[in-house]
Design a protein around this ligand. Structure first.
Ligand SMILES: *Cc1c(COP(=O)(O)O)cnc(C)c1O
Length: 369
């Protein structure tokens, strides 16, 4: 052990950080970004808004980001049909920061957060980095969750925090609201529904369940459907008391004046930004059709990505695709890989590379035999 290792918190020693490869490859379909960049008009409006905000750069930004939260509340109200007030919405630098604040306030040493594997890797990483114990639970075949089964597991383990993810990353599977209701009824802890991919799904949002459920939290992000990953803006909707509690752990002035201005400018053009969702969904549906036509399996997806397999050695397939200039994600789930729906051209490049890779594998097996 080095001197520094000895100083590091014992529970962090030997851990590996989040590390989706950021490689300089022609076709990058590994982090579920929206492949459509902002229009020149939006770029101009973002520049103007950010430029205006820069005039007040000598002052700290609005610590409570009230105008931005009001815009987010209006967007959620319009898109879910559930009226939301600014007091019910909180924003931070990406929904990962929102999740971290939730765990800082409601988790911590001696407490447990439960999630259903495979799920978003950051749920475990944030849980553990806040000293909270991670309790991973299995899913049903097809990576599904059913109300009775999920409720049973949650009741048995009595966690302080439950993570649900709908649509779930990396499987793409979405939850019916009866699962959320059943889980909520089975715990006295906080129930966090991560809806990072909600805009790609036609299912109702858990935001509809907020009335009368003070321990329910729904997290969202502008990183995926909004095509705004580089700006870093995530948010949540919950009871005002949850938002109040987060004030105890958030850093003062955590959201820069530039972020707030850019996010507000983007939200003013939400319809335009979200117009790309239909094109992305079209490519996702194409992946769901064309991958099985190659004799592979896919998991039904409500998100902007598809889990596909099964491979004897998914790492070898991953490398084969990379050698052909296509970066997908090996989420560490034996036999499976995840691919993001790209533009039509990117999706074609992926499908061609996969087809080619499969035929080479067959040939080499024949040679081996
Ligand atoms: C991508 C993703 C996020 C988004 O993280 P940001 O910090 O908002 O970029 C959150 N949850 C899940 C499940 C995701 O896949």
């Amino acid at each position: 052990m080095t001197e520094l290792d000895a100083l590091l918190r014992p529970d962090l020693r030997g851990r590996t950080p989040y590390g989706a490869p950021q490689l300089d490859v022609a076709v990058r379909l590994n982090t579920n970004e929206n492949p459509h960049p902002p229009s020149p008009e939006l770029v101009a409006e973002l520049s103007a808004a950010v430029g205006e905000a820069a005039r007040a750069m000598n002052r700290y930004p609005d610590r409570d980001a009230v105008s931005l939260r009001a815009d987010l509340a209006a967007y959620l109200t319009a898109s879910t049909g559930q009226p939301l007030e600014v007091e019910q919405v909180w924003a931070a630098n990406g929904s990962n920061e929102v999740l971290q604040q939730l765990l800082m306030a409601f988790g911590g040493p001696g407490r447990t957060a439960l999630g259903f594997d495979p799920t978003y890797s950051m749920h475990r990483l944030i849980t553990e980095s806040t000293g909270t114990t991670w309790a991973p639970m299995p899913r049903l075949p097809g990576f599904r969750l059913e109300p009775e089964q999920a409720a049973l597991v949650v009741r048995e383990h009595a966690p302080d925090v439950v993570f649900l993810c709908s649509p779930n990353n990396p499987t793409g599977t979405a939850l019916d609201l009866d699962v959320v209701e059943a889980v909520y009824g089975a715990t006295s802890g906080l129930v966090v529904v991560d809806e990072a991919y909600a805009e790609f799904s036609t299912r109702p949002s858990a935001v509809a369940l907020l009335p009368g459920r003070p321990r329910l939290v729904v997290t969202r992000t502008m990183s995926k459907a909004f095509a705004f990953a580089a700006a870093r803006l995530g948010y949540l909707a919950a009871d005002p008391a949850v938002v109040q509690a987060l004030q105890l752990v958030r850093l003062p002035y955590h959201l820069s004046v530039l972020t707030q201005a850019a996010a507000r400018a983007a939200l003013a053009r939400a319809d335009e930004l979200l117009a790309s969702v239909a094109a992305v969904v079209e490519q996702r549906d194409r992946l769901l059709r064309e991958i099985p036509a190659m004799g592979l399996e896919v998991v039904e997806s409500d998100a902007n990505f598809v889990l596909f397999g099964e491979f004897g050695d998914q790492a070898a397939t991953w490398q084969g695709l990379l050698d052909r200039g296509v970066l997908v994600r090996d989420v560490g789930l034996p036999g499976w890989l995840r691919v993001t729906a790209g533009t039509e051209a990117e999706t074609s490049a992926f499908l061609d590379a996969l087809r080619e890779g499969l035929s080479t594998t067959e040939t080499s097996e024949e040679v081996d035999a």
